[in-house]
Design a protein around this ligand. Structure first.
Ligand code: AHR
Length: 510
């Protein structure tokens, strides 16, 4: 049985925790908005048509910010279509997902939903089919004080107060050939710099996110960041990273996905700091990891191939409204990977200052719904909710001494990973651990004596004898968190036994 020795001290501090690390993402895609968070006929729907059962789960999940309205969708979106009297809103084709958008939910409704759920709204502007003028119009409509045309239009539409959106993405995944209006790094860098400068001229307090790479596998990865920041460094505050992982028939590598995320972050930090030095700038750019999750992309690739084949055969598949798209069912192994990606985001929190789990409801999501029926928690709900609830104060990166396991993609990787937080005010600390071993439990000696902890408040884990066990409509509680065996000795050392393929969270107090 592998054994790991971990120690954590307050001088292992990474950064004070910014709750923006626990953001998520709502795109007009599939049933995320329609039949997800919005379903007027549902028994739990409120007067605006929002499902209260979903609102409750979003609160329980502990989401801080929500990025909106896309994603690939934003690159063809006209925000004006989604405001004003609902019966006058146009139905349009969405080229990103090959569907029709009814525009029954738009900016004002979504901003109202963020107030219901208590989350911060983070917006994206369309730099695919649109540009500076439309971004400025959207900014004025969203944040303007009454007294100018577009701010007054918002007031007339029922939103008397500005929505007060601070964080704005300058487009989405503009490096991807699949993006409507895809640009080269040079073209996008110039457009982002000019749009960002204009937006900051309107409001210098905005926080702007420039598009980084859509994944570390992109052929332009690294060079894209260097070129884009070469143009936009002085006007942006964050550069984005997006990463999705899935089991490609090699579970050992899948369980080590966070190694890729960690290397990805290192490359982006290196590129950003290189540009900082070339520009003799005193400002450091942070990372907004504003799309991350487990996602079996092959299901979407198959769907795209099917649409193409049908159209070639002269049988157009049509443009459905809010169909079931990207409704991945997550296994307990997927949840363990999500937990370990969160551990990496915590350990790299010195530079990753914001992140968004993509997405929130129905579409590659921790929360699922049935029209007219229940809402339930996928396995991936739990590591996110527990980390968000327990983490607080300062993030610490424990020192880990443990055996390695062999992976085809990443070589030898440590069998265990861990992060911690300590909150001097409340006297609470939290530990997050993952055991990547597929068949062996790992015994962990976790020295927390320097944190002054005297008591284990709670200890939970995600693990199942069946690594493919999942929560579904038929069995929504098949995989709940379970009690974790863990004993705190008088020497301040915790003895923990982590089963194979498991993620755990331990809450301590003084
Ligand atoms: O989250 C699903 C899609 O993944 C987003 O629309 C896009 O930005 C990314 O490719």
């Amino acid at each position: 049985m592998p054994a790991a020795s971990i120690s954590v001290r307050s001088d292992h501090a990474v950064a004070p925790l910014d709750r923006r690390l626990f953001g998520s993402f709502v795109e007009h895609l599939g049933r995320c908005v329609y039949d997800g968070l919005y379903e007027p006929g549902h028994p739990t729907a409120d007067a605006m048509g929002f499902r209260s059962d979903v609102v409750d789960l979003v609160r329980e999940l502990g989401v801080s910010t929500v990025r909106y309205p896309g994603g690939n969708f934003v690159s063809g979106y006209r925000w004006e279509d989604g405001v004003g009297p609902r019966e006058q809103r146009p139905v349009r084709r969405d080229l990103a997902w090959h569907v029709r958008e009814t525009n029954q939910v738009g900016l004002d409704e979504f901003a109202a939903w963020t107030r219901l759920t208590g989350v911060e709204l983070m917006m994206a502007v369309n730099l695919g089919t649109r540009g500076i003028a439309e971004a400025l119009d959207l900014l004025e409509y969203t944040n303007g004080e009454a007294g100018t045309a577009l701010a007054d239009a918002r007031v007339a539409n029922g939103a008397s107060e500005p929505h007060g959106v601070r964080m704005w993405c300058l487009g989405n995944e503009m490096d991807g050939p699949w993006q409507t209006g895809h640009l080269s790094a040079d073209e996008y860098g110039r457009l982002a710099a000019r749009t960002g400068a204009a937006m900051k001229r309107a409001d210098n307090g905005l926080e702007l996110v420039v598009c980084g790479s859509s994944g570390s596998q992109m052929p332009t990865f690294g060079e894209w960041e260097r070129t884009v920041l070469g143009h936009a460094y002085d006007v942006v505050d964050y550069i984005s990273c997006h990463a999705y992982y899935h089991d490609q028939g090699d579970r050992a590598s899948f369980l080590a996905s966070s190694v890729d995320m960690d290397r990805f972050i290192t490359t982006v930090v290196t590129a950003a700091d290189h540009v900082q030095q070339l520009r003799h700038s005193s400002r450091q750019i942070a990372i907004s990891f504003d799309e991350w999750n487990v996602w079996d992309l092959t299901t979407w690739q198959a769907e795209e191939a099917r649409i193409e084949a049908e159209e070639k055969a002269g049988r157009p598949v049509g443009w459905p409204i809010a169909p079931r798209q990207l409704e991945d069912v997550y296994t307990v192994t997927d949840a363990v990977v999500v937990g370990s990606l969160l551990i990496t985001l915590l350990r790299r929190h010195d530079r990753v200052r914001a992140a968004s789990l993509a997405q929130l409801v129905n579409v590659i999501a921790p929360i699922m719904t049935e029209p007219g029926g229940p809402a339930w928690r996928q396995t991936t709900f739990y590591p996110f909710a527990l980390t968000s609830r327990l983490a607080g104060g300062t993030v610490l990166a424990p020192v880990i001494d443990c055996p390695t396991i062999a992976t085809a993609t990443f070589g030898e990787v440590p069998v265990v990973d861990a992060a911690a937080t300590v909150d001097d005010e409340s006297g609470r600390a939290a530990l997050f651990l993952v055991n990547r071993h597929q068949s062996e439990p790992t015994t962990v000696r976790f020295d927390v004596s320097q944190l002054g902890a005297t008591r284990v408040v709670s200890a939970q884990m995600l693990h199942d004898g069946d690594p493919l066990a999942a929560n579904t409509l038929a069995q929504p509680d098949r995989v709940p968190p379970q009690p974790l065996t863990c004993v705190l000795g008088t020497d301040g050392v915790l003895q923990i036994e982590l089963p194979p393929i498991s993620w755990a969270a331990v809450e301590l107090s003084r």
